[in-house]
Design a protein around this ligand. Structure first.
Ligand SMILES: Nc1ncnc2c1ncn2[C@@H]1O[C@H](COP(=O)(O)OP(=O)(O)OP(=O)(O)O)[C@@H](O)[C@H]1O
Ligand SMILES: [Mg+2]
Length: 359
């Protein structure tokens, strides 16, 4: 009878199981399974009165021992999620967004409710969206919204940036994108987020041969992903919607194209209070301060808090006395800030809204 390796290291077990059965397992899981496969080999060989090879035992164990199948599928799913850097987002993220902050209401009605009230949606023939684009100026909260969607759905959050797809050279971008989209098709209950989307889906009109092939690959992959029965949501974000390829923007590929723009007073107040709650605060006239920052994005508010809290920290360090944030310190900082949104940026964004918005 073939004598099989005594106690191989986990990586070896994982590699050997993959070689023999095509199942790629987490090394630790593979290590535990290895012993069971060896036992199975012994049982099978005894039963058949001849030495069955390790490969046959491995495949037979994995494919036919029913109880293991489900476990393996789960283990594969966990491995895939790990490989793609999936995380769970704290549900409280949704609460940091004010009800008046666009596009919270749209996201709720068009995305969250159809995905959570499945029977009602089916009764009325509402098809939950699978593919979404968020567009808007920098720092307006696009990424934050995607995280909030994953959080409220209690789905995995998987973020992909074009720079990681290009990590091993620009020529590999198309191939990496294909591999990634195939992987994305096998995960369940996941929000897959592609940031800086214009980097991979630039209009083909003025693009190089390489860029064209990447956009073409994406055009091919989106319908394949939509056909998968898994619960996934592909969300792409861009600051430059007008640079995207027109074929991608036509109905059919993306179900919703949603603008994420400036905040109203209520939206700014919610974010201001969120950051204020994490500080050593005294009396702060929030309404007055919020009314003085009309062009501030969430990123600007966050940056202002970074400056203000650093100052508070330094003041207490120097004077040794409890230093509390007050209205005055914000009044001192606001004029020094350069908010992201300008009249020009707002005008361009409004034009884009008219031209591209669809949900
Ligand atoms: N509602 C909110 N409450 C609290 N913080 C927020 C909120 N929205 C956004 N932020 C914070 O503001 C910052 C900018 O938001 P985010 O990164 O989502 O913007 P973005 O539109 O994706 O920017 P970019 O275009 O640069 O990618 C982040 O640090 C985010 O955590
Ligand atoms: Mg972002």
């Amino acid at each position: 009878m073939e004598i099989v390796a005594d106690y191989p290291v986990p990586e070896e077990c994982s590699a050997r199981i993959f070689e023999m059965s095509g199942h790629r397992l987490d090394p630790e899981i593979a290590h535990d399974l290895w012993e069971k496969i060896l036992q199975h080999k012994w049982v099978l060989s005894e039963r058949l009165g001849r030495d069955v090879g390790i490969k046959v035992s491995c495949v037979d164990y994995i494919e036919n021992v029913e109880s293991i199948k489900h476990e393996l599928e789960e283990a594969e799913a966990v491995r895939l999620l790990k490989e793609m850097g999936a995380t769970m987002v704290d549900p409280s993220v949704w609460e940091t967004i004010s009800d008046t902050q666009p596009p919270k209401q749209v996201v709720n009605k068009r995305i969250i409710l159809p995905l959570t009230k499945v029977d009602l949606a089916r009764k009325h023939g509402v098809i939950p969206p699978r593919t979404i684009i968020f567009f808007g100026p920098p720092g307006t909260g696009k990424t934050h919204f995607v995280k909030a969607i994953a959080a409220i759905l209690r789905w995995w959050y998987i973020e992909i940036s074009p720079s990681t797809l290009m990590a091993d050279g620009e020529e590999r971008l198309g191939a990496n994108l294909k591999r990634l989209m195939e992987k994305a098709g096998s995960v369940d209950e996941a929000v897959i987020f592609i940031d800086e989307f214009e980097e991979i889906a630039e209009s083909r009109d003025n693009a190089s041969r390489l860029e064209k092939s990447v956009t073409n690959e994406f055009l091919k992959q989106v319908p394949l992903l939509k056909r998968q029965a898994k619960k996934t949501l592909l969300v792409c974000a861009t600051n430059y919607i007008s640079r995207l390829d027109a074929a991608l923007l036509r109905p059919g590929r993306f179900d919703c194209i949603i603008p994420v723009g400036g905040l109203d007073d209520d939206g700014r107040k919610t974010i201001f209070l969120h950051y204020l709650s994490q500080t050593n605060r005294g009396n702060v006239d929030v309404d007055r301060i919020v009314s003085l920052m009309p062009h501030f994005t969430p990123a600007d508010i966050e940056y202002m808090f970074q400056k203000v809290t650093q100052t508070a920290f330094e003041k207490e360090l120097v004077h040794g006395k409890d230093f509390r944030l007050s209205t005055d310190i914000f009044l001192e900082f606001i004029p020094k800030m350069r908010p992201t949104l300008t009249d020009e940026i707002i005008r361009e964004f409004e034009e884009d809204c008219v031209r591209y918005t669809r949900f």
